[in-house]
Design a protein around this ligand. Structure first.
Ligand code: FAD
Length: 317
């Protein structure tokens, strides 16, 4: 069933969780171990992130260094299929523009369709780890908008390049990313929102936001989205602050602000056990306020860790 169908039928806030594939060589049991403790809260969907190649320089026998690509966390599609089978839950694989030609994207969509996976989060992807700006593949999708258009085309039975007789129409439900504190490349919020509106007009069915720790950012973002005519559901992305180093890592990697009140509490902690408790309590209050506001769903970035998310869910439901 589509994520949006669950949202329409719900009479209370729903839960989705997001996991990352394990490092290459690690078995799928590590994923199950992180998800099992959360299943009693009946998440309607489990998102599985996609990780494009990273680049590293390897020393060759002749002493020269060669730039080699490595996929450190492969397996998004396989994990998605395994989750649907094991938990009878919707899997939402993330599909990115980076590293894919349009034809490879089409083939990935055909695979997903054959697997019966019909929810996708369509995103652009970040710049490669050794680049400062995003470089699409030659003949790849440049923005998430282009990827959404390709998926929407397939939903209409339009495939690339060839006229196919009686081509099967897919029926993908398309989620997209939104940024309550603005995407870091956008010159301003108005510009970022204009591009978000284009994604929705092109066929995006719902929005999942980047993490934020101050609900006022989300409320204002939602208000501005509605003001420019974005009517699809907006699902807040929730992340638990769990260790002291998050005070620096989260702003630097995800370009989000940590409220002074939260960072002051964290600074006072003597160890990460105390930090985790502060993070859990903050998150519970954040979620309670979001639920009271009427959000349709809470999306938890678990990053493969279930302890804190479980504590929050126990307090909420
Ligand atoms: P886009 O919507 O394409 O926007 C990128 C930037 O370009 C924005 O600044 C936007 O304003 C601008 N822009 C958009 N369209 C145009 C246009 N037509 N002309 C000019 N400018 C334009 N990354 C991963 O690698 N794997 C994942 O699994 C993953 N999952 C994510 C899940 C969520 C919920 C979120 C919020 C992010 C996720 N990301 C993931 C990170 C994401 O790939 C990055 O934030 C990326 O930099 C932007 O992706 P996007 O889809 O928002 O891009």
């Amino acid at each position: 069933m589509k994520v949006t169908q669950y949202l329409k039928q719900a009479d209370g806030p729903l839960v989705t969780i997001e996991i990352i594939p394990p490092l290459k060589g690690v078995g799928i049991d590590s994923i199950y171990k992180s998800i099992d403790p959360l299943m009693e809260f009946k998440p309607i969907a489990i998102n599985v992130t996609y990780h494009q190649e990273e680049y590293e320089f390897r020393k060759m026998p002749n002493g020269l260094h060669k730039r080699c690509s490595v996929r450190k966390r492969p397996g998004t599609v396989g994990i998605s299929a395994a989750l649907e089978y094991r938990y009878n839950v919707e899997a939402v694989p993330h599909l990115i523009c980076g590293g894919f030609t349009k034809e490879e994207t089409e083939n990935a969509l055909i695979d997903l369709n054959f697997l019966g996976i019909n929810n996708i989060l369509a995103i652009r992807g970040d710049p490669a780890n050794d680049e400062t700006s995003f470089t699409p593949e030659p003949d790849g999708n440049v923005y998430a908008l282009d990827l959404i258009r390709q998926i929407a085309d397939m939903n209409e039975g339009r495939y690339l390049y060839e006229e196919l007789d009686n081509a099967t129409q897919s029926d993908f439900c398309i989620g997209v990313a939104g940024y309550p504190e603005k995407h870091f490349e956008a010159p301003n919020m108005a510009s970022d929102l204009k591009h978000l509106k284009q994604k929705v007009d092109a066929g995006a069915d719902y929005i999942v936001t980047q993490m934020f720790f101050d609900n006022r950012m989300f409320f204002e973002y939602e208000r501005r989205c509605r003001e420019i005519g974005i009517e699809v559901p907006i699902i807040p992305g929730i992340k638990l602050l769990a260790v002291k180093t998050h005070l620096n890592i989260l702003p630097s990697v995800f370009k989000v602000n940590i409220p002074e009140e939260l960072s002051a509490e964290v600074e006072k902690c003597r160890d990460n056990k105390e930090v985790r408790e502060v993070g859990i309590q903050w998150c519970i209050q954040q979620c309670k306020e979001l639920i009271a506001h009427g959000v349709p769903c809470l999306h938890f970035y678990t990053m493969g860790k279930s302890y804190g998310t479980r504590k929050v869910l126990e307090a909420l439901f």
